[in-house]
Design a protein around this ligand. Structure first.
Ligand code: SAH
Length: 461
C-alpha cells in the first residue's frame, strides 16, 4: 500500500526500534513514529515516504498503551537526552534486553538456545531518575536572543532549554542559574556554532554521589581572561554546598567534541573524588567515569564475578579509564595491567592505585589496539584474564587478533553498544572462545542505552 506525505493514518504500535521509535504496520507496510509507545493505537501524519517504509509524526493517541506512563519531564519529546520516558520502567528493561538479544542473534550469529542458556537476569535500577553524576550543558541563545542552556534536541544542535533535567542532580539548576545570570549581567556572549563566535560553549558539572563533591568546568572558546568578572562568579559558585573544583577548559576547535585538551583550575582541586565499594577514585574533568555510580558498583561486581579470580592471575584491563575496574580486580589478582588512551585518566589511575594502597597494578597510556600487540611482541606477557570496556565503536580488529594470540582463559567484555559487542564476540568465538554468561545492567534509565557484561571462555582450557 502506498502512502503520500501528509496522509493521516490510524495505526497500532507493535514494536519499538533501537532508537526507541514506535513501529507500526499497515498491511505489512512499516511506519516509524517517534514517541509512539508499544501498545498505543495512534493517529499519525505521514511525513516522509520511502519504498518499503515511511516516517510518521504522532498526532493523537487514540488508545493508550498499558505500558505508557506519565513522563516526569515536560520536554521529554523534544529533548534528545531521553527517548523512552513514556514507557514504563519495567518495559524499558525488557526493551533493552531484547535489543541486546537481537544483536547477539543477528549480528553475533549466536543461536537462540546459546543466547537464552547463557543469559542472566537483567539488573535494573531501584530509582530510574536522578542517577547521573555528570552533565554537559550547551550554552546558546533562543530566538529572542535570551541566553539559554539545556540539551540538544535529537539529531540536531538546537538547544532545548532545561536546567533541571530529572536524570541529573538537583544542584545542576542552581549552578546553571548562577552562570547564566552572570553571563547576562556582564554581557558574556555564548558560543554560536554557525558564526564560530562567542565565548561560552558548554558547562560541565560533575558530582561525587558518595562524597557530595561538586565540579564545575566552563568550556570556553577563548581565554579565561575574556570572561568578565570571573572571580565574582567563582565566589557565587562557592556558596553551593559541596563545591570542590571550578575550572575552565579551552576549546577553540570547530568540532562536535565538547572538551579541549587544556584544563586550568580556577578554584579548589583539579578533580573530585567518589567512592565505589569502599575504594576512592579521583576524577579529573577530562577523564571518563561511569555516569551512574550506583549501577556501576553492580556492573563491576559482575566483572569480578565473571573474572572468577583465584589470586595469582595476570589481568589486563583494556580501556581502563581512571583504573576503576583494574583496582577493583587488583585485590583478588596477581597483577593487573591497565591501558587507556587519555593521559590525564592514566595519571588519575596511578594516583588512585596509591590512594587505595594497591601495589600490583601498572598503567599505560596508549591505544589498546597499538599498545597490546607491541607489548606482547616485546615481552610475550601471559594474560589469564582480559577485560575490555571499549567506547561504542567496540574493539579494533588488531586488538582482537592479539587477544586471540595471547590465549587468555577468560575474557570479560563490558559494552555500551550491543551491536559492536555482537560483532566482536563473533570474531572471538570463531577463534577458540565460547559464550558462557551475559547480563544487561541498566545504567541509563529513560534512554535506549544499555550496558552489557559478557563472559567468554577459551574452549581448550
Ligand atoms: N573501564 C573504564 C572506562 C570505560 S569507557 C570505566 O569503567 O570507568 C572507555 C574508555 O576507553 C575511555 O576512558 C576512553 O578514553 C578509552 N579509550 C577510547 N579509545 C581507546 C583506545 N583505542 N585505546 C584505549 N583506550 C581507549
Amino acid at each position: 500500500m502506498a502512502y503520500e506525505k501528509n496522509d493521516v493514518v490510524t495505526v497500532l504500535i507493535e514494536d519499538m526500534g533501537n532508537e526507541g521509535e514506535g513501529i507500526g504496520k499497515i498491511d505489512g507496510y512499516t511506519i516509524f513514529i517517534k514517541d509512539g509507545v508499544m501498545g498505543d493505537v495512534i493517529e499519525a501524519k505521514i511525513m516522509k515516504v520511502k519504498k518499503n517504509y515511511a516516517y510518521g509524526k504522532l498526532l493523537r493517541i487514540i488508545e493508550k498503551s498499558p505500558y505508557r506512563v506519565e513522563p516526569r519531564c515536560t520536554v521529554h519529546r523534544q529533548c534528545g537526552g531521553c527517548q523512552i520516558q513514556a514507557l514504563s520502567y519495567e518495559m524499558q528493561l525488557k526493551f533493552k534486553e531484547n535489543k541486546v538479544k537481537n544483536h547477539l542473534l543477528r549480528i553475533g550469529k549466536f543461536s537462540y538456545d546459546e543466547i537464552e542458556k547463557s543469559k542472566e537476569e537483567m539488573i535494573g535500577m531501584d530509582e530510574p531518575y536522578y542517577y547521573r553524576n555528570k552533565a554537559q550543558f550547551p550554552v546558546g541563545r533562543d530566538k529572542h536572543g535570551k541566553i539559554i542552556t539545556g540539551f540538544f534536541a535529537g539529531r540536531t544542535h538546537t538547544i532545548i532549554p532545561n536546567k533541571n533535567c530529572c536524570l541529573g542532580i538537583k544542584e545542576n539548576e542552581q549552578i546553571l542559574e548562577i552562570i547564566i545570570k552572570h553571563m547576562e549581567r556582564y554581557q558574556i556572549v555564548p558560543y554560536d556554532e554557525y558564526t564560530k563566535k562567542g565565548l561560552v560553549r558548554h558547562i560541565l558539572i560533575r558530582y561525587g554521589f558518595s562524597t557530595g563533591e561538586l565540579m564545575v568546568c566552563l568550556i570556553l572558546n577563548g581565554r579565561k581572561e575574556q570572561f568578565t568578572c570571573l572571580t565574582k562568579m567563582i565566589e557565587d559558585l562557592c556558596t553551593i554546598k559541596g563545591m570542590a573544583s571550578i575550572c575552565v577548559n579551552r576549546n577553540e576547535e570547530n568540532t562536535n567534541v565538547i572538551l579541549g585538551k587544556e584544563i586550568q583550575v580556577l578554584w579548589g582541586k583539579g578533580y573530585i573524588t567518589d567512592k565505589i565499594h569502599g575504594m576512592t577514585f579521583r576524577i579529573s574533568p577530562l577523564s571518563f567515569y561511569q555516569v551512574n555510580p550506583l549501577q556501576t558498583e553492580k556492573l563491576y561486581e559482575k566483572v569480578l564475578e565473571y573474572g572468577d579470580l583465584k589470586g595469582n592471575e595476570n589481568v589486563w584491563d583494556l580501556y581502563c579509564g581512571i583504573g576503576t575496574i583494574s583496582l577493583f580486580l587488583s585485590k583478588k589478582a596477581g597483577k593487573v595491567y591497565g591501558v587507556e588512551v587519555i593521559p590525564q585518566a592514566i595519571k588519575d589511575a596511578k594516583k588512585n592505585a596509591i590512594i587505595n594502597d594497591v601495589h600490583n597494578a601498572e598503567f599505560f597510556v596508549g591505544k589498546a589496539e597499538e599498545f597490546l600487540p607491541e607489548y606482547n611482541k616485546k615481552y610475550g606477557e601471559k594474560a589469564d584474564i582480559i577485560v575490555v570496556d571499549p567506547p561504542r565503536k567496540g574493539c579494533q580488529k588488531e586488538l582482537l587478533e592479539t587477544i586471540v594470540h595471547m590465549k587468555p582463559d577468560r575474557l570479560v567484555y563490558v559494552s555500551c553498544d550491543s551491536s559492536t559487542l555482537a560483532r566482536d564476540l563473533r570474531f572471538l568465538c570463531d577463534r577458540g572462545f565460547e559464550l558462557k554468561r551475559w547480563v544487561c545492567v541498566d545504567m541509563f534509565g529513560m534512554t535506549v542505552h544499555v550496558e552489557t557484561v559478557v563472559l567468554i571462555q577459551r574452549k581448550d582450557t
